[in-house]
Write a protein that binds this ligand. Structure first.
Ligand code: 5RP
Length: 226
């Protein structure tokens, strides 16, 4: 199978799983990216089995609406049954790097609200140690240079993702060379404490609850193994 076929296969696995969790009053959290897009197309076939969705990006919201699926404002929703999203890297603790699509802040917010975070990825995303994929950091525009200098002090090499403005009106720094060899939670906290940082793409303090990984041998299910 090629990478797109793996993404579609893992999205189908997530649909099968989500269908066991929802009822007609459920709200599903929907992530962002090409794997999440496959999930949207496949869950759309079951759109009458849940109430609606919340989305982690305007792009995903538009795609959901195009399928005739209701998209709620997160503030108007009391509970999100399950959140389904891809990742740029995932390790055996189900800690993730996310934000390749610049949606990391809304992704982290929806994850925080959701009862369960289901991560879906093809095998290219599976790593023993996080950090080969440059870590996205969303910053307030006027703080870009300051935050970049602070990230250098932490040992990283930040690169401004020029031309990209997030759905929140902010900028992205992609930080190369930051390997959370100790505690990924500590690095996530340290970066968040830099004034002007909105959030960073480490999902370690709240990792995925379950990861479906598409491999050439089939779908492998991982649960957190700290
Ligand atoms: C977007 C994300 C995506 O989940 C991540 O970039 C993976 O994307 P894809 O499924 O296209 O490989 O974090 O901000």
């Amino acid at each position: 199978m090629n990478q797109n076929q793996l993404k579609e296969a893992v999205a189908q696995a997530a649909v099968d799983y989500v269908l066991t969790k929802i009822d007609d009053g459920s709200i599903i959290g929907i992530g962002t990216g090409s794997t999440a897009n496959y999930f949207i197309d496949l869950i759309a076939l079951h759109k009458h089995k849940f109430q609606g969705t919340v989305a982690s990006s305007e792009a995903s919201a538009d795609k959901l609406r195009a399928h005739g699926i209701q998209v709620f404002e997160l503030n108007s929703v009391a509970e999100v049954t399950v959140y389904v999203d891809g990742a740029d890297e995932a390790n055996p603790h189900l800690e993730l790097i996310k934000g390749g699509g610049a949606a990391l802040t809304r992704e982290k917010i929806v994850t925080a609200v959701a009862d369960e975070f289901v991560c879906i990825a093809d095998e290219s995303k599976w790593v023993d140690y996080l950090g080969t994929f440059p870590l996205p950091v969303e910053v307030i525009p006027m703080a870009r240079s300051y935050v970049a200098r602070e990230l250098v002090k932490l040992g990283g090499d930040p690169v401004w993702r020029e031309g990209v403005v997030t759905d929140n009106g902010n900028l992205i720094l992609d930080v190369h060379g930051l390997y959370p060899t100790g505690s990924a939670c500590k690095l996530e906290e340290q970066i968040n404490q830099i004034t002007g940082t909105v959030t960073n793409g480490l999902f370690a303090i709240k990792p995925a609850d379950i990861l479906f990984l598409a491999t050439q041998q089939g779908i492998v299910t991982h649960t957190a193994n700290p």
